[in-house]
Design a protein around this ligand. Structure first.
Ligand code: OAD
Length: 241
């Protein structure tokens, strides 16, 4: 049973801001990062795979891991949670969808204007210039046709800055929205986790959707303890019956 004040806040919202994390893609079969047994970081050390230093040390290993993730995601399909969020855009005057995911499943579900906070798994970027490079022959470590430097996956690694525009747009959306939904994220990685805190301070109705409520849940107005693929369609159905 969803609380009436939550449904009213969503129905009357002029601007809804959503932050998603790996949990929203879990039901598509994409592993999350921190969950025991299935989480990617349970099996791999982020410092060996997701830092610029790791890439410089062993670019072949880093590329092998990212190619494995590309294949996994290419074989996955958006789930009911992604689809409900794409529908939500047509139900509210304004929706800002910020994702920490690099899998492109929101876009494949029909969402547009998605802010990719941590980049995109399928982009190739020049390690030196940062420009997008057209994928060429699948060399073990591709090189930039412009400058000859090594090419890297277009994701944001630990210790790297969030793209300026993504940061600016998402922080201003969090500060201006009436309802903020935090879906499928452990809320441990900043600055993304700070978005919900900004929304709380700005007086928005802040809601967490996660089968395992996080440390930030106590800050929020509502914590829906359920999987996104069930909770999101149910939330839409109850708000706009
Ligand atoms: P985490 O793996 O830290 O957290 C995933 C969250 O999803 C957990 O809190 C789970 O309880 C929850 N979850 C699992 N299944 C779910 C479901 N079906 N519906 C809803 N929630 C579910 O992933 P993130 O919070 O996204 O960054 O991690 C943040 C960042 O840390 C990632 O973007 C990545 C990682 O290191 C970089 O690589 C820079």
């Amino acid at each position: 049973m969803l609380p009436d004040d939550l449904l009213a806040a969503l129905r009357n919202a002029q601007h809804v801001c959503v932050l998603t994390g790996a949990g929203i893609s879990a039901e598509s079969g994409v592993p999350t990062f921190r969950e025991a047994q299935s989480g990617l970081w349970e099996h791999y050390d982020p410092l060996d795979l997701a830092t610029p230093e790791a890439f410089l040390r062993n670019p072949e290993l880093v590329w092998r891991w990212y190619r494995w993730r590309r294949e996994l995601v290419a074989n996955a399909e958006p789930n009911a949670g992604h689809i409900a969020l794409a529908r939500l855009a047509g139900l509210v005057p304004k929706l800002t969808l910020v994702t920490q995911n690099v899998d492109g499943l929101h876009q494949r579900a029909g969402s547009s204007g998605v802010i990719e906070f941590h980049g995109n798994l399928f982009e190739d970027r020049c390690f030196v210039e940062g420009c997008i490079v057209e994928p060429g022959v699948e060399d073990s470590v591709p090189t930039c046709p412009g400058c000859g430097a090594q090419v890297r996956p277009g994701v944001i690694w630990f210790g790297e800055a969030i793209p300026e525009r993504a940061l600016h747009e998402s922080f201003s959306a969090a500060a201006q929205c009436d309802v903020f939904l935090s879906i499928g994220t452990s809320s441990l990685v900043y600055p993304a986790a700070g978005l919900a805190e900004i929304a709380v301070k700005a007086g928005a109705t802040v809601v967490e959707i996660n089968p395992n409520p996080t440390g930030l849940a106590a800050l929020f107005d509502h914590a829906i303890s359920a999987e996104a693929g069930t909770a999101m369609p149910a939330l839409l159905e109850a708000t706009w019956p």
